[in-house]
Each structure stands twice: as C-alpha cells, then as structure tokens.
Design a protein around this ligand. Structure first.
Ligand code: TXA
Ligand code: MG
Length: 343
C-alpha cells in the first residue's frame, strides 16, 4: 500500500481533514498528531478497521485502545453513564492530555476497541489537527500511539513514517508534538479514581478538582503484577540497545563510559544539555536538567535516534520526579526495565 503524507500548515487544512475523514469512514487508518504523541486512528465502531490497527502495530489484542472524541459532550454518547467526576475532569482538563476510563455504552464500539472490558478510555485531545479530523468526521476515533508495538511512541511524522510506511494509507504531518509522552490515564470506575498511567495531568493537578486520587504503584517490575491498565504490563518505549538509567552526574557518567569502553562496548548517552565531554560515542540531548517538560518533549526522539547508531548500550539520565517528571521517570523506568547503572 502507498502511504501518503501531507503537511498541515494551518491554512486550508480543512481539505486535508476532509480527505482523512473520508478514509476513516471507509474503514481506513489515518495517523494524526495530538498534543502528546501521534495517534494511529480508525473508526472505533468498525471492527475490521480496528483490527487493522492491531495488525499495523503488531499489538497484543488484549490491550485496549483509547477512543478520541472531538467534543466533551460526546461523553454522553459513549459512556453508559457519565459520573459527576468525569464532567469535572472534562471541564478542567479537556481538550488535553487526560484519558478518562468510564463504563462504555454497550453495543457502540467495535469489540476489539475495549479488548473485552466493559469500560472505555475517552479523550478529547488538544491539537488543532486532531480536533479538526475528529470534528470533520464526527466519528469516535480509536487511536493508540502510531508506533510499532514496543517502540517509543512517535513524536514526529517521520517517526510514524519509519514504523508505518507501506502499512497505512495516510499520515497527517503536524510537525513535532508539544508534550512528547502519552496522556494520563485516569480510571473513574474506582473510588477514589486511580491514575493507571502517569502523564502531563498529575495527581497534584487533579486533586483540587475531584478530591482524592490514587496512583498505581509504579513498579519497574511491570511483568510481575496483574496490571489495571492492560498496556502497563508490556515492555514499552524501548529502543533496540538496552537502556540503563544513571544519575545526572557528569563524573559518574564519565566513569561509566570508561568502564563500558573497557568492555569493548559503544555507548549512546541520552541526557539533558550540558552533558557533553563524557566520552560517550553518541550524545542525544533531551531538554534542560531542571525542566522535566523540556525532557519529555525530546525523550522519545532521542531514544529513537539511538536506533540509528551502533551503540551497544544506552545510558539515560534520570530526572527529578516533580510535575511531569514523574511521568518521564515512569517511561524511562520502562525503557530501562528498571535497570540502574551503578559504578
Ligand atoms: O496520549 C495518548 O494517550 C496517545 C494519543 C495518541 O492520544 N494514545 C495512546 O494510546 O497512548 P495507547 O493505546 O498507546 O495507550 C492506551 C493506554 C494503554 O496503557 C491501555 O492499556 C490503556 O490506555 N487503556 C485503554 N483502555 C483502557 C480501559 N478500558 N481500561 C484500562 N486501561 C485502558
Ligand atoms: Mg502506545
């Protein structure tokens, strides 16, 4: 299949949304930018189209998909009942990087969207292209991140193309995404609500709006637990070479590199600005040390860039876990399988 990639410019994009909406209505897949990462979308009511998402990604079919909506009012159309907390969250954080797990209205979605659960994740994304596509099509759009399963999520259209070229008909290129890691997943079917996947909307931001919020214990040993958010059990966000976390300490990194070189290994370093001169064979910069939001924007592009090198090992520096830093550490821990380099 030929993959068409078109560039959004903010002018005349409506025509592109119409083309893309047409593809969705005909059961095709469209990759589109959101404020978090690029999504791979299909009509959430079309079982065959949703099946194609799982096939294109190579994704295990017991891992349900997020359904994207173009207006908050659609909560009513797709949830069996809309709890008061859902309206509060929507009002405070939509459009935005927050996915709400609610009971699904029966018989609406293609069965594989929810992977057999009676709940569904709904999200109204804050990106003009995503909203343009959703509102033009009027469809609920099932969309996981547009990467091959197991790869870091795509934050640029080129990432999507490198994973999906030849597998999907259409990519809307809206440039680099603004947040860089996936939305917060908040389960509203438990009381108090539980954050199943941390993201840019943090517990500290949610509590003033909806009161008590729990966080799932963020284990590096994700394999061991029965996960509440099915996606959390898979090793995610991983480049090809093994990732080891290391403290943001230049001296320690320099020693680690020396040690690894002594073992004949080539080293890629993923670290904020100002970590030059460590002797690493490759160095991919991720924002500024005391600004986790700037790290989050660059993280996946840097991990992906490591795949273009001959590195045998990737050292990635940890960040302070305040604010979005907690979500960044969650993704880093998963990429590293919890491995921390000590020397
Ligand atoms: O930012 C994002 O959320 C991106 C963009 C494209 O919107 N999407 C995304 O989708 O990250 P995906 O499919 O890669 O991740 C969906 C996560 C998985 O961890 C999945 O297990 C969880 O949401 N999830 C989806 N439906 C669920 C449900 N009914 N109950 C519990 N967890 C659910
Ligand atoms: Mg994903």
């Amino acid at each position: 299949m030929d993959t068409v990639m078109t560039q959004l410019t903010g002018q005349g994009d409506e025509l592109l949304f119409r083309d893309a909406a047409e593809i969705l209505k005909n059961g095709g897949l469209v990759a589109f930018p959101t404020e978090t990462v690029y999504g791979l979308g299909a009509d959430a009511t079309n079982e065959k189209a949703v099946g194609d998402i799982y096939r294109a990604k190579g994704r295990p079919s017991d891992n349900p998909l997020i359904v994207h909506i173009g207006t908050a009012g659609e909560l009513e159309r797709y949830a069996a009942e809309v709890p008061e907390v859902a309206w509060k969250c929507a009002e405070a954080f939509w459009p935005g990087p927050l996915t709400l797990i609610v009971r699904a209205k029966p018989g609406v979605f293609a069965p594989s969207v929810t992977a057999g659960l009676d709940t569904v994740g709904l999200r109204m994304p804050a990106h003009p292209a995503a909203l343009g596509l959703l509102q033009t099509s009027g469809l609920p759009v099932a969309a996981p991140s547009a990467n091959t399963s197991g790869k870091p999520s795509p934050t640029r259209a080129e990432h999507v193309a490198s994973d999906m070229d030849g597998k999907i008909p259409y990519i809307l290129d809206g440039g680099p995404t603004g947040i860089g890691i996936e939305s917060t997943v908040l389960d509203l079917t438990s009381n108090p609500p539980v954050i199943l996947r941390p993201g840019a909307v943090t517990a500290e931001m949610l509590r003033p709006v909806i009161g008590d919020v729990n966080q799932t214990a963020d284990a590096g040993d994700v394999e061991d637990e029965a996960p509440r958010s099915p996606g959390m059990k898979y090793t995610h966000y991983s480049p090809e070479a093994p990732v080891w976390l290391i403290g943001p300490d230049r001296e320690q990194i320099r020693n680690a590199v020396r040690l690894l070189h002594g073992e004949g290994k080539r080293v890629a370093l993923v670290a904020p600005e100002d970590f030059g001169g460590t002797g690493a064979d490759w160095y991919f910069r991720t924002g500024r040390q005391n600004d986790p939001a700037s790290v989050s924007v660059q993280l996946y592009a840097s991990l992906r860039a490591c795949d273009g090198t001959d590195a045998d090992i990737i050292l990635a520096t940890t960040v302070n876990d305040e604010g979005i830093g907690g979500a960044v550490m969650n993704r880093l821990n998963k990429a590293a399988g919890g491995r921390l380099f000590r020397n």
